[in-house]
Design a protein around this ligand. Structure first.
Ligand code: ADP
Ligand code: ZN
Ligand code: ZN
Length: 735
């Protein structure tokens, strides 16, 4: 790992504070003070820091340990890992050089870096008692200060003109204090007057929910991982809410991790309604200022419940007492590029370090968690039935489409079923994992296919945008009007969601149609508008990709159609069968969430596929057991831990030779390590770079970690000429 750098710093500076330091001759960068060394160990060559940016540490000892662990475990430079604990606004040195109040942003940021509060002075109290406080605004300010003897954070002061505020300070009735961060990790916040009572649900938990809550609640004073396995609609969210209520009553904070941004509007609305206040939301799509405020509120403990996506797992929190990871099997919890952490695993590490429970919720647990429960490392809690009265599990049926004529990817039986459910007043969801109009453009006369010039991949036709786009490197080009090689007309190949949407409009005139995919997220508020049209019933036919399966609750859906199940059956990643089953069950869970029974139709050319058969006949549990047995037999994760070494270069030979060298080095030093490759990555060329990979599988974690540390030491530079290489520990995606 990249070494820590040593600087001279004032005695008052503490670990967890940010500093600006000189780097090389000209550069100056923001860093975090990591540890203090005894003064005598410094020699005279050590430069002083340019500035200490914070007056109190922004990271607690727990946060520092967490980042250090993640850096070591995922083999990513500490200096870059630590940034994950900060919002983007604090990763640079803004605000410090600006005189207070002079320039926009300057004051606000300075306050946030070191939370300032106002405290009433004895003179102020005397003035109040003597009736010297005049005017409604001065009174508002003074009464806020009187109500909080410990001080009021600047951002929480009543909104009064700056002149009124200054006057109060001039009179000596109040002083500005830097407010200590309440309760470092592990401490209690004490009940805040903002939440005198948690106004919880009118819903009475059913027996299974109550048992789950009791089990976690009774063990809440210590670390434990609770795998909450419950079918879609079984009321897992209600279990989280009940546990959060307990934690809040005891003065703690809760952190809830969810897979996707698309989920948060519904979640936030539901949490707000049930808790009586809005939870703090954290995700990477937020504006910088809002994210900074949310970060600060969570860090100081002012906000009690934080809902966030992957990156929120590093959020500093003053009194974290409960962590929830919803849809724990979801691949979006794993960061694919750069710092390749898995938010679920970091969450578990944090809970262990703090001695608090962590709840992993899923209808289809990952094989990792499944195995950990079997080994007794995780506790199992179960919600076997749908919670809402009358909601039955959906019926799943395979639709053998061999030899059936298809219209826009829809067979006649499926078209009939859509018609029937639509006419009966139900909503229909069509699931297709390919956005855009068509996978590519094809020439029927000469066989030309539109491909990305930089990747080994097709370019997707986005008809509404009138562009061909590469989903791997972002390359875009205009749509050719005819085949560039023989001038014949071109046709669409490989059905995409846009095309399906168009086709449905022709097949079902009068139906309201809505599409949910990543393209629909491009504009702010667009997703909300589309969700609203679905919720109101204005849209009856809904087309979408994976996003559809992420937790949205549409009670009116009675039919779910999987347009093309074959796509997933032929993927070459050993995790594909697991993902496929998880997605299928999630999709199926969208059907019949309310009183009306749900039907799931799965179009396939492989109706005899043994995995598909087992999944439909026996359900996810036996299917998962079988997959786990196969992984054990093959010595694959999660039974044996793995890491992937990736290298890419404009020259294929260079990347391959580099990994070959690493493979030889590893084989010589670690006889028990299985080293597979190098082989070309599934996407062999991306953005003009040839990609190769080496898969390492070890009998145990210590050996794997030793091998990776060895590589770090032997091949310290991650860039060699134009070559880049990286490590992916516990990879979830072989691409
Ligand atoms: P999950 O998170 O497991 O998918 P939810 O918590 O979203 O399930 O619950 C599914 C539906 O059932 C929601 O509409 C919820 O309000 C309802 N529900 C949950 N628990 C109960 C209960 N104990 N009694 C009645 N309805 C419930
Ligand atoms: Zn042609
Ligand atoms: Zn490309």
């Amino acid at each position: 790992m990249r070494a820590l750098l040593t600087y001279r710093v004032a005695v008052e500076a503490q670990a967890g504070m940010r500093v600006r330091v000189p780097l090389g001759a000209r550069r100056s960068v923001v860093g975090v003070l990591w540890q203090r060394l005894p003064a005598q160990s410094l020699d005279f060559a050590v430069k002083p820091v340019d500035a200490v940016l914070d007056r109190s540490p922004l990271l607690s000892a727990h946060d520092v340990r967490c980042v250090a662990w993640a850096s070591e475990y995922y083999h990513f430079p500490l200096g870059e890992c630590v940034l994950a604990a900060f919002p983007p606004a604090l990763r640079q040195d803004k605000g410090r050089d600006m005189a207070d109040g002079d320039r926009p942003g300057g004051t606000a940021l300075a306050r946030v870096l070191d939370p300032h509060g106002w405290v009433l002075t004895p003179e102020g109290a005397a003035a109040w008692a003597a009736g010297q406080v005049r005017g409604s605004q001065q009174k508002a300010l003074m009464s806020a200060l009187l109500a909080s003897p410990a001080g009021v954070l600047v951002e929480d002061l009543p909104a009064v003109p700056a002149a009124t505020r200054s006057r109060l300070l001039d009179l000596g009735w109040a002083v500005v204090h830097s407010m200590p961060v309440e309760g470092a990790a592990g401490g209690a916040l004490g009940l805040n007057s903002e939440f005198p009572e948690i106004s919880m649900s009118s819903i009475a938990l059913n027996a299974a929910q109550q048992a789950a809550v009791d089990a976690v609640w009774q063990a809440r004073a210590q670390f434990g991982v609770w795998l909450l396995e419950g079918v879609t609609g079984s009321g897992k969210t209600e279990v989280y809410l009940a546990l959060i209520a307990v934690v809040l009553r005891e003065g703690g904070q809760a952190l809830v991790l969810v897979p996707e941004i698309g989920l948060t509007p519904q979640w936030v609305a539901r949490f707000s309604a049930r808790l009586g206040f809005a939870p703090t939301v954290l995700h990477s799509g937020m504006a910088e200022g809002a994210r900074l405020r949310a970060w600060q509120a969570a860090r100081t403990g002012r906000s009690r419940v934080v809902i966030g996506t992957r990156s929120a797992v590093f959020q500093p929190m003053a009194a974290l007492r409960l962590v929830v990871v919803d849809e724990e099997h979801d691949v979006s919890f794993k960061q694919q590029e750069g710092f390749g952490y898995h938010a679920r695993d970091v969450a578990i590490w944090r809970a262990r370090d703090l001695g608090v429970p962590v709840v992993l919720g899923s209808a289809t647990p990952s094989l990792e968690s499944w195995r950990n429960r079997a080994l007794g490392r995780y506790h199992g809690v179960f919600l076997p039935q749908r919670a809402r009265a009358g909601a039955a599990p959906p019926v799943m049926q395979l639709l053998d489409v061999r030899r059936l004529p298809m219209q826009a990817g829809l067979s006649a039986p499926l078209r009939a079923a859509i018609e029937q459910h639509w006419q009966a007043g139900g909503q229909v969801m069509l699931f297709l994992n390919r956005r855009g109009y068509a996978q590519s453009l094809l020439c029927h006369s000469c066989g030309w296919v539109a491909e990305c010039p930089h990747c080994d991949a097709f370019v997707t036709w986005h008809r509404q945008a009138r562009r061909l786009r590469c989903h791997h490197c972002g390359h875009e080009q205009a749509v050719p009007t005819a085949c560039p090689s023989c001038a014949a007309p071109l046709s669409a190949a490989g059905l995409g969601t846009e095309q399906l949407e168009d086709a449905l409009a022709g097949l079902f005139p009068g139906a309201g149609i809505e599409r949910l995919d990543r393209d629909a997220l491009a504009r702010v508020g667009e997703l909300d508008r589309r969700l609203a049209r679905i919720e109101s019933g204005e849209a009856q036919l809904i087309v979408g990709t994976q996003m559809l399966v992420k937790g949205h609750d549409f009670p009116g859906v009675t039919l779910v159609a999987v347009v093309d199940a074959d796509q997933a059956l032929f993927a070459n990643d050993f995790r594909a069968p697991e993902r496929f089953a998880q997605q299928l069950i999630q999709v199926a869970g969208r059907a019949g969430r309310a009183a009306r029974a749900g039907l799931v139709l799965i179009q396939t050319h492989q109706p005899e596929h043994p995995g598909l058969q087992r999944l439909l006949r026996d359900g996810y549990g036996p299917y998962a057991e079988q997959l786990l047995a196969e992984r054990a037999a093959a010595g694959l994760p999660p039974v044996q831990p793995a890491a992937l070494l990736r290298a890419d270069d404009p020259d294929a030979g260079v990347a391959q030779a580099w990994l070959t060298q690493m493979a030889e080095w590893l084989r010589a030093d670690f006889a028990e390590l299985a080293v597979w490759g190098p082989v070309p990555a599934p996407l062999a060329r991306r953005a003009g770079r040839h990609r190769f990979q080496l898969l390492l599988i070890a009998p145990d974690r210590p050996l794997l970690q030793a091998a990776l540390r060895g590589l770090d030491e032997a091949f310290a530079q991650r860039r060699v000429g134009k070559l880049r290489w990286s490590m992916d520990v516990d990879p979830v995606d072989m691409a």
